[in-house]
Ligand binder design. Structure first.
Ligand SMILES: [Zn+2]
Length: 149
């Protein structure tokens, strides 16, 4: 078995702390395969704990149920207030503010014509789009800084 990256172990720690449940080895393996867990690992632990407390459901005996999908949703709800999200596709070089941006649609149909794979646009945090090396779209000109409130 490959060693589990530190950042995923940190999500597991938070999970066990939030649910009061220690996972069995087979459950752990499943946990680490969950795409939502990978996403959770991109966020700082204190924010994860905060989001997890909102998303977990109490069970008998002082334990909690926490689905990774609900957990990441709750985390996005929390971080939405201070982070910008943009649209990207896996094959695209730019990120978009607008899901219906003409450049996004054109890029997809061009890829289609060239027989390349197209991917459904994903709504991700700006920092994530930048981490993937994407640049702002010149058509819909996404904001890269939060407007002052
Ligand atoms: Zn655009």
């Amino acid at each position: 078995m490959r060693p589990i990256p530190e950042r995923l172990l940190s999500v597991l720690n938070d999970f066990q702390q939030l649910t009061n449940v220690i996972l069995e080895p087979a459950e752990k393996a499943k946990f680490f395969e969950d795409e939502a867990v990978g996403r959770l690992s991109m966020h700082p632990s204190p924010l994860r704990i905060k989001a997890g407390k909102l998303a977990r459901k109490e069970k008998a005996g002082g334990t909690f149920i926490l689905s990774a999908a609900k957990w990441i949703d709750s985390l996005y709800d929390l971080s939405e207030r201070n982070s910008i999200r943009v649209w990207i596709t896996r094959g695209g070089f730019r990120f978009h503010e607008n899901r219906n941006c003409t450049a996004l649609a054109e890029g997809q149909s061009k890829a289609n014509e060239q027989g390349k794979d197209t991917y459904n646009p994903q709504f991700v945090e700006l920092v994530e789009a930048i981490r993937y090396g994407k640049k702002p779209c010149l058509v819909c000109k996404p904001k890269t800084k939060k407007a002052k409130e």
